[in-house]
Design a protein around this ligand. Structure first.
Ligand code: B12
Ligand code: SF4
Length: 505
């Protein structure tokens, strides 16, 4: 079968800081290719809609699959499915990915017959099965499949992460992917899943609170095949098991791989496993992203981060002493008033690290979605991007955005301001000589992207597709398994995994 896989356009955040390769879709593409199909990828982060339609004309796909990791992309993906059916009525359309998995029925309803199937969960195995089932009209037997005609059994976890290395060769315009000065930048996955259970996050509910690793040998092989000098490690929490991090490092040394790395981890993991992070500094680790989320005990408890502020501060000291640049995320609550913003501003500008603010957002698939008692102020999917407020703000909405933008701008002045631009001139000169302009362009976009008027105006847009709001507040079971996309794997295995992790009850 001729299969075209499509990733939607970038969201607000990606307009300035980064644009990264659609790794999950590349893995699905590889699985589809290995099953004997002809497959192409179009990433609308770097291609236009017109280019997608031109590709459809020449390639004439028999199936088009959309990647829907982000809720804010829902309207675009529904409109694209409609456009595909309009142009190629016999083409099979399906949607997969993180957010799509949590709202499958809702998507089918919006699609009004133009979306043939939503494939919940990990896509490697299920897409192979789906493509096999389409000609036989047996789609409703595929694990994870949700169609207007019926649903398949629960999705199945990929047991061996080594099996499908991403089809990076199918992704065009690869030099368009970057994160800050790491330009151009590729992505890689070392582990999948997360054993914690933060209330605002759906990473653990998607994977049924499981956690799996690729083998160090296979990772070494994959890293050696990557052309880009920079690599973003997509793991939710890097180096939970230090021996895995060391073993990957040894593969890197053995193969003489020289790259610069960006990764995300937790404060307690960094503290417990500082040796592995220090070792990776020597291997090329440049940036470390820490989701601190709050700067006080009350906030940390609310998000169920299972770390204290003391641990967070200690972790920051460790990261700085290792010599990596630290990026911190804090969650801004819509209830924040001017004083709260001022406190956060003062804290964020008093530390040497890069601080990002995201807005507390209940997402389908998170515990917050079912337990948050505040009513949504909008049903516009596009605003569910953790940069907009979808819950009632204490300040008038425009003022909330003004405070948010001012805080972000003041913090950014330290890192993206004229002084830094001057300091970075040498670096930019080198990038320009290499024909890399992503980072350079991102610096000039800041004021256009972070703009209170623009954010406020986003709320006034016409809403065509409305999110299905959560029902009445629901008491969750102790296991909270009703939130899971992939059923939780065998209890003993999960407990053994959790026991090896700091702070997980
Ligand atoms: C890496 C990552 C990013 C990267 C790159 C993402 C990219 N280009 O795809 C960056 C840093 C850019 C990023 C940015 C953001 N992210 Co992000 N990100 C992740 C993270 C940690 C891992 C994703 C990943 O690559 N996993 C590894 C690959 C192999 O898995 P995968 O992509 O999920 O793909 C699998 C399945 O989903 C499925 N699948 C995927 N595509 C398709 C397509 C088809 C047809 C099928 C059948 C199946 C399928 O099969 C794949 C293989 O099993 C996830 C958390 C998570 N664990 O999922 C959050 C996550 C997806 N991000 C999230 C958010 C909120 C954001 C931002 C909006 C944050 C912000 N500050 O603004 C931005 C917006 C990005 C944008 N589009 O512009 C949320 C999504 C919330 C939501 N419900 O919408 C998540 C779930 C994090 C969280 N804990 O809440 N992100
Ligand atoms: S530790 Fe990170 S990935 Fe894991 S549940 Fe919490 S926020 Fe999500």
């Amino acid at each position: 079968m001729r299969v075209l896989l499509v990733h939607p356009s970038p969201l607000m955040y990606s307009e300035i800081y980064l644009r990264l390769e659609p790794l999950g879709m590349e893995r699905v593409a590889q699985a589809v290719r290995m099953a004997g199909h002809e497959v192409r990828i179009i990433d609308l982060q770097t291609f236009s809609h017109a280019e997608l339609y031109a590709e459809m004309k020449t390639f004439k796909p028999e199936a088009v699959g959309f990647s829907l990791n982000y809720l804010a992309n829902v309207p675009e993906v529904i409109d694209l499915a409609k456009a595909v059916k309009g142009r190629l009525p016999d083409c099979y359309t399906f949607i997969g990915g993180h957010s799509g998995s949590f709202i499958a029925d809702e998507l089918l309803e919006h699609g009004r017959g133009t979306i043939d199937c939503v494939l919940k969960g990990e896509g490697e195995l299920s897409t192979q099965l789906l493509l096999k089932a389409i000609p036989k009209r047996e789609v409703a037997t595929v694990p994870g499949a949700v169609t207007l005609e019926g649903k398949g059994p629960a999705p199945v976890l990929l047991e061996n992460l080594d099996m499908y290395q991403p089809a990076r060769d199918l992704l065009r315009r690869r030099r368009k992917y970057f994160i800050g000065e790491l330009d151009p930048c590729a992505s890689i996955e070392f582990t999948r899943g997360c054993p914690w259970d933060c209330a605002f996050c759906s990473a653990w509910t998607f994977y049924g609170r499981s956690y799996r690793s690729a083998t160090p040998e296979k990772i070494g092989e994959e890293l050696a095949s990557i052309q880009e000098p920079n690599v973003f490690i997509v793991d939710d929490v890097a180096f939970i098991h230090p021996e895995h991090g060391f073993a990957i490092g040894h593969e890197i040394e053995k193969r003489g791989i020289k790259k610069r790395f960006y990764l995300e981890t937790r404060a307690d993991v960094l503290l417990k496993n500082k040796e592995v992070f220090a070792y990776w500094r020597k291997l090329g680790l440049r940036y470390l992203f820490l989701g601190l989320e709050a700067i006080d005990a009350e906030g940390l408890k609310l998000h169920r981060k299972r770390v204290s502020m003391g641990t967070n501060n200690e972790a920051l000291d460790v990261a700085r002493s290792i010599g990596v640049k630290v990026a911190i995320n804090l969650i801004a609550d819509p209830s924040w008033d001017k004083e709260r913003f001022a406190v956060v501003r003062e804290w964020a500008t008093s530390i040497p690290d890069i601080v990002h603010l995201t807005v507390a957002t209940p997402y389908p698939g998170t515990e917050l979605w079912l337990t948050e008692s505040r009513k949504l102020t909008t049903h516009d999917y596009r605003l569910f991007d953790i940069q907009h407020a979808v819950l009632p703000t204490t300040l008038p909405l425009h003022e909330f955005y003004s405070e948010l933008v001012e805080t972000q701008r003041e913090i950014a002045r330290k890192h993206l301001g004229v002084a830094v631009v001057r300091k970075a001139a040498k670096l930019m000169g080198r990038l320009a000589l290499e024909g890399q302009f992503n980072f350079i362009q991102s610096i000039w976009k800041f004021n256009r992207v972070y703009n209170a008027d623009r954010q406020f105006a986003d709320h006034q847009q016409k809403v065509v597709y409305e999110i299905r709001p959560p029902g009445p507040i629901m008491p969750l079971s102790k296991e909270r398994s009703e939130l899971y996309i992939h059923p939780k794997p065998r209890r003993a295995a999960v407990e053994a995994e959790a026991a090896a992790v700091p702070g997980v009850a």
